[in-house]
Design a protein around this ligand. Structure first.
Ligand code: HEM
Length: 279
């Protein structure tokens, strides 16, 4: 009687206590992020796919100031590879994290996982080459910040693979999630920037012509160089521990909820203002 009362109290806490609220907020965040990332993937496939199939590579320059340069076949190949690799990353990342797919289709998870990790290393190297040889929008600080992110991507990809090969699945899962979070940095950047533009009714805190200024420095540091997403993930891991205090769990869950609301606003603004008009 006593045991069943204890177990039902703990199951009540699990569902409705701090941990229940935390799990709910994380699921909500993940579902929304997946929808937003797949809309981004749809845009990448349609915009770059259609223009490339039609041989209209100049169309890339409507979006990318350093996209297609006539006769620079090597540089153009790096851009084309980047777009293709980006599509794999944006589609594949969420698929790898869906628990049902991970547990029920283990072989698929393993094959896609290796492919994802290899793609992550390639896109990190390719991105570095693009930033430092072709140039990119924004100022030096933004270029340094995104380069730091490329190093995170490469390092976390190696760690995720290493722990998978060692069959240390607890650590593999943690590094794979960190890899997904830093690889989502370019998507976070777009989404939070669009939320900022929507909430301010237009550009604020930066010069839209040079695409440089304090707000963009702030955003690139918090998204790329010292990612808030990694900090929140560490908080989530701590909040999941048995010894975690309910107040800390609620605090972490509320933080995730606030980020989810901002992300939702950004996904809406990016989809309506940037991605759908281009496809
Ligand atoms: C998984 C990670 C990444 C994804 C999904 C991704 C995705 C993309 C996409 C879709 C574009 C085309 C722009 C657009 O249509 O919005 C782009 C452009 C670009 N990306 Fe990435 N990217 C990633 C990582 C990186 C990294 C790590 C770097 C640098 C170290 C980088 C550097 C660039 C540059 C320089 C451009 C061209 C921008 C310009 O011409 O100014 N990317 N990326």
């Amino acid at each position: 009687m006593k045991t069943s009362l204890l177990s039902s109290t703990s199951s009540f806490r699990h569902r409705f206590g701090g941990i229940g609220f935390l799990n709910f907020c994380v699921k909500l965040w993940f579902v929304l992020a997946t929808i937003g990332q797949w809309i981004f993937a749809y845009y990448i496939a349609s915009f770059y796919g259609k223009s490339s199939l039609a041989g209209d590579f100049e169309k890339w320059n409507k979006v990318l100031p350093h996209g297609y340069v006539q006769d620079d076949w090597l540089g153009n190949a790096f851009v084309a590879a980047h777009i293709f690799l980006a599509l794999i990353m944006v589609l594949g990342g969420p698929i790898q994290l869906i628990p049902q797919l991970r547990t029920q289709f283990r072989m698929f998870h393993r094959v896609l996982g290796r492919f994802y990790i290899f793609t992550a290393v390639l896109i990190g190297i390719d991105g570095l080459v693009m930033v430092w040889t072709r140039g990119a929008v924004g100022g030096l600080l933004q270029h340094i910040a995104i380069s730091v992110q490329a190093l995170y991507i490469i390092a976390f990809a190696v760690l995720a693979l290493r722990y998978a090969l060692q069959r240390n699945f607890a650590l593999h899962r943690q590094w794979a999630i960190r890899l997904y979070l830093v690889s989502s940095g370019v998507w976070f950047f777009r989404v939070y920037l669009m939320a900022w533009l929507l909430l301010n009714g237009g550009p604020a805190g930066f010069d839209p012509n040079t695409f440089d200024g304090p707000f963009l420095w702030f955003l690139s540091v918090l998204v790329y160089a010292l990612p808030v997403s990694l900090l929140v993930f560490e908080m989530y891991l701590k909040a999941q521990q048995k010894t975690a205090r309910t107040l800390f769990q609620i605090f972490t869950a509320t933080l995730i909820l606030i980020l989810t609301v901002l992300m939702g606003i950004g996904i809406f603004a990016a989809t309506m203002g940037m991605w759908l008009p281009r496809v």
